[in-house]
Design a protein. Structure first.
Ligand SMILES: [Zn+2]
Ligand SMILES: [Zn+2]
Length: 83
């Protein structure tokens, strides 16, 4: 059986508390950046370009948004081997 890499953040194993560099508010995890690269979800006007990170399957890139000032940032999570 083949082991797969799983993102601990997607699976709720860890939480990441990221502070907004602009206003210091706690930023919210909006999930994987990959989900927003889907052409059928064009509602978010965030400048995300396809990067090398996206092709690296051992990393999961999460989008964090500040609920107060709307600033966005990306957090790269190293995936872990799971069953
Ligand atoms: Zn993830
Ligand atoms: Zn902010």
């Amino acid at each position: 059986m083949e082991m797969e890499y799983n993102c601990p953040l997607c699976n709720g194993l860890i939480t990441i508390s990221e502070r907004c560099p602009e206003c210091g508010s706690l930023m919210e995890d909006w999930g994987r950046v990959q989900d927003y690269l889907d052409p059928y979800q064009p509602y978010l006007d965030i400048s995300i370009t396809a990067s090398e990170e996206r092709r690296d399957e051992k990393k999961c890139v999460h989008l964090y948004l500040c609920p107060r000032c709307g600033r966005d940032t990306r957090i790269t999570v190293n995936q872990i081997l799971g069953p």
